[in-house]
Design a protein. Structure first.
Length: 259
């Protein structure tokens, strides 16, 4: 009887310890880009889109409650991961700086074509990065285009940062930039939302198609227990076409919401 009582006390002690830990973060907090449809977009303080749907499906299978939060900007979303205010971020490319405060989950879940958007009728020849020398570019704050191009852009090109895609488009159409670096799908989606798509065109040659990843904050208490399961489920969802289906459904949802 004494041993049985001690066992109950021990179990209660362990349960209380787990409860305190879970109470500190009962939900998996996820975040992403607020204007990158159909991958992700902001609505009513949350991040919607294909990436959110993918993470919610995985979390449901694992029995983890999820809360999607918009941090207001892409730069703020990354800062939330750096500081541990969010557990998971999605829709991002790899770079070494981010890897210092995030755990990237392999494999990537999609390829994201990145293009140069220009005012209609002002296209120019683009075959290699050096063709951008002497021109003024604009891109959204917080964006990274891989270690190699980031280094080239910082060293060889003139590229300013705007606070959101809308401001970047304004700078471009006002003639204060010659080109805008942007993901093809969100660039078109945002331009149509702003009713300026008829004033723009992408240069046919892509800058590059980048792998998009999910990553955990290095401060997340969920990483150790769940990162392998996330990797396995992401791989399965890529291979069986689920991710592509979510992108198609999310594109339709975004169009319906913004028309």
């Amino acid at each position: 009887m004494k041993k049985h009582g001690m066992r109950i006390i021990l179990i209660l002690f362990l349960f209380m310890g787990q409860t305190v830990f879970a109470g500190d973060r009962e939900k998996l907090i996820i975040t992403g880009h607020p204007s990158y449809a159909p991958v992700s977009w902001e609505k009513d303080g949350a991040i919607m889109g294909a990436s959110t749907k993918m993470i919610e499906l995985i979390a449901r299978d694992l029995g983890i409650p999820v809360e999607s939060r918009s941090m207001g900007s892409w730069a703020n979303a990354q800062n939330a991961i750096r500081e541990g205010a969010a557990d998971i971020i999605f829709g991002l490319y790899y770079n070494d700086d981010r890897a210092g405060y995030m755990h990237y989950i392999e494999p990537a879940y999609m390829l994201d074509p990145v293009v140069l958007m220009v005012p209609k009728g002002k296209t120019f020849g683009f075959d290699k990065w050096s063709d951008l020398s002497g021109k003024k570019g604009i891109t959204n704050e917080g964006e990274s285009y891989g270690p190699e191009f980031d280094a080239y852009m910082a060293d060889k090109l003139t590229v300013n940062r705007g606070k959101g895609l809308e401001e970047c488009f304004q700078i471009l159409l006002q003639g204060n930039a010659d080109y805008m670096i942007v993901g093809l799908y969100p660039g078109i989606a945002e331009a149509k939302k702003l009713k300026i798509w008829d004033k723009l065109e992408p240069i046919p040659r892509q800058l590059k198609a980048f792998k998009m990843y999910v990553a955990f904050s290095r401060k997340s208490s969920f990483y150790d227990q769940y990162h392998l399961a996330f990797a396995e489920k992401i791989r399965a969802m890529v291979n069986d076409g689920t991710v592509q289906t979510l992108l198609i459904l999310s594109q339709a949802e975004w169009v319906e919401t913004n028309n």
